[in-house]
Design a protein. Structure first.
Length: 130
């Protein structure tokens, strides 16, 4: 059997409300299946398709070699004398960046503003639930 998500799980992964997925189903934007009990399930391929479409529409903010861009909203900034932490909520992901206090001030960063966390790393691990 193909992998699928319960509708609430799919909504959490996509960063939308369950009602949005129901509307997308009615509008033909999302294909769902039903369990024998009538509950909606979203095929993993559909979730991947929607995430891919969203990524393709957003595109990078600037030309760069990094491919891991997480657009979101700044939710918290903590400044010290030299460094600052910037927390960005990007869909269901919380990204915490450690940058200089000077950068925070120069960019005029503040909670509530949109920002993109760009991650470049040499190792990426993929894990699945046990």
């Amino acid at each position: 059997m193909d992998e699928s998500y319960r509708i609430g799980e799919a909504a959490a992964v996509l960063g939308v409300r369950v009602e949005t997925l129901r509307r997308w189903e009615r509008d033909g934007k999302l294909r769902v299946t039903r369990t024998p009990g009538g509950q909606r399930e979203v095929p993993a391929a559909e979730v991947a398709r929607l995430l891919s479409e969203r990524r393709d529409k957003q595109g990078p903010m600037a030309a760069t070699s990094a491919r891991n861009h997480f657009p979101g909203v700044i939710t918290a900034i903590k400044k010290d004398k030299l460094v600052a932490t910037v927390e960005i909520l990007a869909g269901p992901h919380r990204v915490l960046a450690l940058i200089t206090r000077e950068s925070v001030d120069e960019l005029g960063l503040r909670p509530g503003m949109q920002a993109v966390a760009t991650v470049k790393a040499t190792n990426v691990f993929v894990e699945v639930p046990a």
